[in-house]
Write a protein that binds this ligand. Sequence first.
Ligand code: S3P
Length: 436
Amino acid sequence: MTPAVSDLDAVSSLQVSGTGPARGSLQVPGDKSISHRAVLMAAMAHGPSVITGLSRGQDVTHTLRAIERFGVTVAEGGEGRVRVEGPIRHEPDDVLDHGNAGTGIRLTAGVCAGLDGISVLTGDRFLRRRPMDRITGPLRSMGATVDGRERGRLAPLVIRGGSLTGITYAPKEASAQVKGSVLLAGLSAKGPTTVEETHPTRAHTEEMLAQFGARVSMDGHRVTVEACELTGTDIAVPGDPSQAAFWAVAALLADQGGVTVESLYPGFGRSDFVGVLQRMGADIDFDLTIGTLAVRASRLHAVELTAEDIPGIVDEVPVLAMAAATAEGTTVISGAGELRAKESDRIASTTRMLRAFGVRVTETEDGMIIEGTSRLRPGRVDSHGDHRIAMTAAVAGACAAQGTTIIDGWDSVATSYPAFAADLARLTGAVAEPAA
Ligand code: S3P
């Protein structure tokens, strides 16, 4: 029996046969970055918080399960509505498993650093390979004792927290996860905690701290928080712009495509991919007043992306690289070394994915050089456990490569976008089914 498209989330290999343009309108899942923060701050806060539109992907579900280990009450309604009753009552009573979620583990580590007690944080085999020293360093400077494999570079992490002192920290990497982890620890530190960024990153932690009543102030690229109690509040999570980027590129890959994505987060640092696609010649508008993205099929040309561009498109490079693969001319991406520390080494996995579609691409140390082609050939792509590689390949298979594309490691998509295959089938008419 052919499984329903909604059952496709769990298949390990998916095959997609297109080829048609993406057409229609949709809403994408609740923003993952905002969802993690809403859950953690609601857990730390005194009194109830009701969160609506929460991401239902596995990553955020792991964060929800984690806060229950701290004695926080979680009541889940349907459709992403969750009532959380804080505050945290005790150290976690078991190991916190964050699955594949880098944001989940790094932000939660900040919470654990401020707790008088011991916490053990881990994740799946992909997460346990990702660098944790970017947060363990500052959390140790604040006074937490942190241990982990390879001198705390890798999870599992063991954190003995409490009695922190505020610091001023300038992260080496442009990373909102690092900023968030340090600021959450700062909520219980003696004296102010300041994060000074060279490249400003998404501002969800500071924006939401203010919503929960924290003593937080922003001054240019500096954010400062002082010890305080959070107060429960209601949070409506908007749609995730990084998920909308797949549909934007889907609309651009085939003639006559046209997609509208509604209710997206319109704030700072999340929609720079729109400007990149405009630079490539795309007919695309993002109405910031209502968070609606409208895209119409367009002829694209190559673009040059440098270190200045990367912090604003850190999650969208794979799908922008696919757009570049179908554009006229040679696209050069540089200054993107951070991508090697994502769910997969995204410079390597994006390069391999493009090659599987017959694209000529050169991997460089901190980026790639992509020669645009008018024709993608269908291929077999390994997601390397990375949801964004899998979704990019599915979009290319549905809208641009004549024939059947197979994606191994499809189940990674459930971390962020359950029912992506169903939306793909609906918008493009592609047939998506389990592959042998
Ligand atoms: C995120 C920050 C980014 C981004 C990730 C979500 C966040 O990671 O890639 O998907 O929610 O703070 P880095 O902080 O490693 O840049």
